[in-house]
Each structure stands twice: as structure tokens, then as C-alpha cells.
Design a protein around this ligand. Structure first.
Ligand SMILES: [Ca+2]
Ligand SMILES: [Ca+2]
Ligand SMILES: [Ca+2]
Ligand SMILES: [Ca+2]
Length: 512
């Protein structure tokens, strides 16, 4: 029996083509109704915000869900507010973000959530969003108190944003909120386009198309860009995602563009992210007037250091045909994401994992992985062996449906996705992908004559190639776990191991 030497697992050699196959997929049984946010607490439980103002806690082992909270004052619109001219008839029409207190896993059993309610129900009713703080009991399986933290956030007929994030930064606790422009595409919803609320995103004194920052008690931090104003950044269209990078204290948002330019932005306090006149990257002039809007930008004198900031990453920046169908546009409709920093899946380290909603001609319902540079402030340089954008779970896109959010188990080994809708997806649900690496070991390395192969799956065959891709003549005996390489000249080779599952592994070794 040869001594097993250091076994060279050339995992990265092929992992981008194959790692999707290293996951075991399972649908949890919990029945959900239009879930929006999923968070995982340190005990492994899943926390989900749903439409109709619910919060559901799901045990990931049993897959069973339990209602923890239901907002008594949830409303998706007063009849007087509805419009038959708009693509969606109701303003509000949804319950959106959920966030766990930054110390939830320690001593603060609080959950924050955002939902729509009716302001002034006895006068002229208006649908607005609010953020409430919910206290849970000791077992964290029911709500025992609720406080209104932030009232009067705007709603509209589309582009509702609606993500919230609770973070602790240098001892300070903040609540970030993404608000959509609350407007619609030019589809007749507003007979006078000047009344479309998407015109308000540049005005820091409105709440449309903004990232807002509050203290965690709902008050406004004294060092916000404008005193007494929750405004933190502006110029956003429909920011559905907020992601925090705890290592470097960086904040990213993910937003839907119009026909082009879905974006990931590194959010810098007070800055302007461009919408509506500037879309995606600044140098592509992919919209009439964009170059002038960039070169002639006038900073707002009330905002220190104000400037236009380009997205860190933009999808789909070539102009799309005006008449084309939305499923043909190359924008993938990204919803939310997480920054992966676990140890279990090294090929995902330092990647933003972003869920997408759209199954179109050029897009899939999948997880897009965007690798960041080491300081987290930009997208990593492109290289063949380490692509900076790649996808996961595209092959399950139809069964998974429209992916709304993603969470990672505390040990970093499991990805949870939630969907709401999509042809073929069957129902709204949680989809679990547990990482199950399959290993192939070759030894000894270097080898003289017989190369042994250990695998966690059944082997169908083994072929040997030199580094130029030429196949080497060998005698592989079917169903055996070794191959005779005594005829090969000295040098570097690749053993290509094909499993009966069809999966291929390629492992480098040295013949001497
Ligand atoms: Ca999320
Ligand atoms: Ca932008
Ligand atoms: Ca542009
Ligand atoms: Ca597709």
C-alpha cells in the first residue's frame, strides 16, 4: 500500500463549472405567502417576513414554520387610492423588509419590520410604510410588545424598495431603509408625467429613491448629511437590496434599473447615485443626455462633498430596444443578497451572493456571485481561473421561481433561498442548498506506475491528459480504482475522473 502523500485537489481548476453539483437541494415544507426577507439567527432558525404583515419562524431541520407576529394595522390601500390606470392597482400592496437586532443572538430579542398601513383612516386616508420594533418572548416564539419607530414613509404604485438593515458600527446602532422612487414606467399610470414620483429621487428633502439612516430607536443621527433629515444617499430607482460588510464597515445596495443598468452600489454618505438622468456607468452615455448630466453636474451646496457616484457593478448597460418586451431586456432584476464570508465554501469567499427574479431571454432566476476586491470597495479583477461574476443554481431556475432573498446558515455550509412566484415553482417556499463537497483524491503524487484514485462516488472511467490536452494511452480496467501510468513520460498530467453521476473531476499530478 503506497503511503498517501499530500494529495493535490485541484478544486479551483474546475470548480466554477461544477460547484453547482456539489449542493444537495431540498424544499422546506413551510407554506409561505409572498415572503420578502429571510434571515438566519445564530441558533440556525430562519426568520421570514411575509405579505399580510406576518413574521414566520422556520425550523430548518423540520422545515415547519410558526407565525410569530401579524401586524394588526397592515393595509395595502384604501379603495379611494386605487387606480385602474396603473399596472398595479394599489399603492403599498406589500409588506417588505425585516431585520434582526444586531445583538439578537446575544441579549436583544428584537425584530424590526416594514409594512404598509393606512395613515389618517378617518380623514383622507393615505397608504404609507412604517417600521415597527417587535419584542419577542424569552423562547423567541411569540411577540410580546410592538412599537412604532418610523412612520410616514412613502408608497406608490411600483418601485417600492423596502429593504431594512439593522447594524452595529463602532458601538453605534443604525437602521438603514431603502425607499423606491415609488414611480412607474411611462405606462399611463400618471396622466401628467410631471406627477410621477420618480421625479423626486434627486431632491434630498423627499423620501423617494433614497437610502435613509436612523438610529435604531428611530431618531435621526446628528451626523446625517443634512441635519434633521434621514437622507443618507439619493438617486436610487428601486433599491430592493441592502448588504452590510461587517469586516470593513461598508454598505452596499442592490437596485433595479429601468430597461438597462441594474446596479450594485457601494454607499457613501451623502452621495448621489444618479437616477433618473444618470444610469449605470458614467462613461457609456447609454441614455440621451447622460454625458451632459455627468459633465455638468452641480453639487448640492447643502451636502458636504456631494458628487455623482458610479455603481460598483452594473448589469446590462447596452441600450435595449424601446419596443422590446421586458423579459428580453438583459437586466436580471436583482432582489437582495449577502456577503459570503464563511469557511465552508472557499470558492464563495468575499463574494456578494445576489438573488434574481427574472427568467428572460438573457436572464435566469438564480444566484449571481460577484467577487469583491480584497478591501471590499470594488469588484475583483477579472481572471480566467477566478471569474468575478458567476452563477449558482441556474439549472433549477424554473423550479425555484422568482428569488427574493438569500440567507446563509451560521456555519456557512447551507444557502437558503426564498421565492415568491414564478411559472413552475409550484408555491412560495424556502429552498435549501446544503454544500456537500465530493472529493477525488489521487495518490501517490508524484507517481511512478500505478495511480490510485479515491472518490466519494462511483467512478465510471479515468482518463489521463498532458497539460496540452493530449490524451495519454493507458489501460484503465473498468470499475477499478487505479490506472497504470507507467508508459507516460515524466512530467505534469491531469487525471480526468468521470463519475457515474456524470460529474467530472480533473486532478493534476506529477509522473516521475
Ligand atoms: Ca436579506
Ligand atoms: Ca445609479
Ligand atoms: Ca450610463
Ligand atoms: Ca432564461
Amino acid at each position: 500500500m503506497p503511503v498517501k502523500l499530500l494529495l493535490v485537489l485541484v478544486f479551483s481548476f474546475i470548480c466554477h463549472a461544477l460547484h453547482a453539483q456539489h449542493f444537495v437541494r431540498r424544499e422546506l415544507t413551510a407554506e409561505l405567502e409572498i415572503p420578502w426577507e429571510i434571515q438566519c439567527s445564530n441558533d440556525g432558525n430562519l426568520w421570514i417576513s411575509e405579505s399580510q404583515g406576518r413574521i414566520v419562524k422556520v425550523n430548518p431541520t423540520t422545515g415547519i414554520g410558526k407565525q410569530i407576529f401579524k401586524a394588526k394595522d397592515y393595509s395595502d390601500a384604501h379603495p379611494s387610492e386605487k387606480s385602474t390606470l396603473c399596472h398595479k392597482p394599489s399603492p403599498g400592496s406589500g409588506c417588505l423588509g425585516l431585520a434582526l437586532h444586531p445583538d439578537f443572538n446575544v441579549d436583544s430579542p428584537y425584530v424590526f419590520r416594514l409594512y404598509s398601513y393606512l395613515k389618517n383612516p378617518l380623514g383622507t386616508p393615505q397608504t404609507k410604510f412604517k417600521i415597527v420594533k417587535i419584542e419577542l418572548n424569552k423562547n423567541r416564539d411569540s411577540a410580546i410588545a410592538v412599537w412604532d419607530l418610523v412612520l410616514d414613509l412613502p408608497t406608490g404604485f411600483d418601485h417600492l424598495g423596502g429593504r431594512i438593515l439593522a447594524i452595529k458600527e463602532k458601538g453605534n446602532y443604525y437602521l438603514f431603509v431603502s425607499t423606491g422612487d415609488n414611480g412607474t414606467a411611462d405606462d399611463g399610470c400618471y396622466s401628467n408625467p410631471a406627477l410621477n414620483p420618480n421625479n423626486l429621487t434627486q431632491d434630498p428633502n423627499t423620501l423617494n429613491g433614497k437610502i435613509l439612516r436612523y438610529h435604531i430607536n428611530g431618531s435621526i443621527p446628528s451626523d446625517n448629511p443634512i441635519a434633521g433629515n434621514p437622507f443618507y444617499t439619493r438617486g436610487h430607482r428601486n433599491p430592493q437590496g441592502l448588504i452590510y460588510n461587517a469586516q470593513f464597515q461598508l454598505l452596499y445596495n442592490v437596485e433595479h434599473g429601468d430597461k438597462t443598468d441594474d446596479e450594485v452600489n457601494l454607499l457613501q454618505k451623502g452621495m448621489n447615485y444618479g437616477w433618473k438622468s444618470v444610469r449605470g456607468y458614467h462613461n457609456d452615455n447609454n441614455r440621451a443626455g447622460e454625458a451632459e448630466a455627468v459633465s455638468q453636474y452641480t453639487p448640492n451646496p447643502n451636502i458636504a462633498g456631494d458628487q455623482l457616484v458610479e455603481p460598483m457593478y452594473a448589469w446590462c448597460h447596452s441600450a435595449q430596444p424601446i419596443s422590446s418586451f421586458y423579459l428580453d431586456w438583459c437586466t436580471p432584476a436583482p432582489s437582495d443578497g449577502v456577503l459570503y464570508s464563511g469557511n465552508s465554501m472557499p470558492f464563495l469567499n468575499n463574494c456578494l451572493l445576489i438573488t434574481t427574479l427574472k427568467d428572460g431571454a438573457n436572464t435566469n432566476q438564480e444566484v449571481q456571485c460577484i467577487r469583491l476586491s480584497s478591501n471590499g470597495k470594488s469588484v475583483a479583477e477579472i481572471s480566467n481561473s477566478r471569474p468575478n461574476v458567476f452563477t449558482l443554481f441556474s439549472e433549477d431556475g424554473i423550479a425555484n421561481g422568482r428569488l427574493r432573498d438569500i440567507a446563509i446558515s451560521p456555519d456557512g455550509s447551507t444557502i437558503y433561498l426564498i421565492n415568491n412566484g414564478g411559472i413552475g415553482s409550484g408555491r412560495d417556499k424556502i429552498i435549501e442548498y446544503k454544500y456537500a463537497p465530493k472529493n477525488v483524491l489521487v495518490y501517490p503524487n508524484p507517481v511512478e506506475d500505478e495511480l490510485y484514485v479515491d472518490a466519494t462516488d462511483s467512478i465510471e472511467n479515468i482518463n489521463i491528459f498532458d497539460l496540452n490536452g493530449n490524451q495519454i494511452n493507458t489501460n484503465y480496467v473498468p470499475n477499478s480504482h487505479s490506472i497504470d501510468v507507467s508508459n507516460a513520460a515524466n512530467g505534469f498530467y491531469v487525471a480526468q475522473v468521470k463519475m457515474q453521476s456524470g460529474e467530472l473531476f480533473r486532478v493534476k499530478f506529477i509522473k516521475k
